[in-house]
Design a protein around this ligand. Sequence first.
Ligand SMILES: *Cc1c(COP(=O)(O)O)cnc(C)c1O
Length: 360
Amino acid sequence: MKRVYNFSAGPSILPLPVLEEAQKELTNYHDSGMSVMELSHRSGAFTEIITQAEALLRDLMQIPENYKVLFLQGGASQQFAMVPMNLFGENGKADYVNTGSWSKKAIKEAKKYGEVNVIASSEEDNYTFIPTLNKELFSSDADYVHITTNNTIEGTSIREFPDTGDIPLVADMSSNILSEPVDVSKFGIIYAGAQKNIAPAGLTLVIIREDLIGHASDMVPTMLDYKTHSETGSLHNTPPTFAIYIAKLVFEWLKNLGGLEAMKEINESKANLLYNYIEQSDFYASPVQKDSRSIMNIPFVIPNHDVDAEFVKEAKKEGLETLKGHRSVGGMRASIYNAMPLEGVEALVDFMKRFEEKHK
Ligand SMILES: *Cc1c(COP(=O)(O)O)cnc(C)c1O
């Protein structure tokens, strides 16, 4: 069977060359006579994998020396708890920006550990835009400020990061990490579940400024203390070895492509193709304000026609999969992460044209 174009929001499409490489060495990795899945996490071969993965990521994202890269588990959802557990100090206060369902979950979790101020929110408008984030909004005594750079479900993204002065900026970048260059030095912590733009599920990436490590109270479980993982090179216990190996292959793929500048250009042309088509059509519409649109997750609706289910079904027949919108937004959603080729978006737009002709 030929491969489909998978528009799933996560777990999501991986680059075909990466899957092929993994397939090629699946049963015998580099003459070890075993699969990466079977290698000890303390073996030389795995040490090389995790070391290279980190080096490649540092290079791609230009991560400064005073930041640690951690390969953890528990998903972005576990970071919703780890961040407050590790960063709440004397004040026990943090500022959160509420831009979507995932932000809301992060807020709910942080409230278990301290005082949370939601300093900006677009919840009352169904999260259809990103609120303006002026410096004046932030509390001077906050331990950190939390943002979600890309709202996977709603299809919005923060185009300009706020200046939080001395207060560490913490970002959930699960659904747009590595989609374009970012200035890591603006952040205290960047975290991301791997299953959108990095690797299979099971791996969570954390990039953390060194001075933010080591402040967890004694009550914090060993596994939830950033210090545990930074002191052991993410090898305190068994890490998700196979996911780290795939992440390494994805980083190599990105490097060969020309890095994050090149990736950004490709991502923008894919997104523009879809947005421009939606814009000129009076059949489809975007539920998201223009200045807040994500280039990774693109929801669209078909107003005044009850044809969403048919759209999804017909598209699937053509190998365009997982286009059903999230239940909170309705309509359709195309997630066009790094690994989605331009041809996939072209095929989608071509299908949308024919579907429009048939139904308008
Ligand atoms: C998918 C996602 C999450 C949840 O990730 P898990 O790894 O499943 O915990 C959190 N935040 C954002 C922005 C996401 O896209």
